[in-house]
Design a protein around this ligand. Sequence first.
Ligand code: HEC
Length: 112
Amino acid sequence: MSKLNKFITSSSIIIVILLVANSGLLSKPLEAGNPKNGQRMFEELLCTNCHGTRGEGSSAANGGGPKLAPDPAPLSVYLELVRRPRLNMPPYPEERASDQDIADIHAYLKGL
Ligand code: HEC
């Protein structure tokens, strides 16, 4: 194999490795939500302040969070809206609530 060919072959291998590493194929998938931890996080992160202790929602004077339970929107919607709320809800970045915490909260609300 010529030097140039060797260089091209090894570069392509490195590029493929980088692509796979970045594609999310190697990242850990979310585990099934744990409702017990979800309840704890729902209280600890003060979701309860605006959405009620059992996700029943509250009046405008109490933060005006809409009703979340029973029948919460799908988890994909939760992951999006908790990170980037539409209006008055404070955003929760990854440092405060991991994707797994949000999945756990979702499991808690689903079980109510
Ligand atoms: C300061 C009050 C407040 C807190 C704290 C809060 N929310 Fe909200 N939330 C709202 C309001 C108000 C909305 C309506 C959309 C908006 O104004 O951003 C909302 C919307 C949502 C929605 C979308 C529901 C829908 O039907 O559109 C979800 C899901 C949600 N909140 C989950 C949470 C979770 C989970 C937490 C805790 C990690 C939390 N919220 C903390 C006020 C709050």
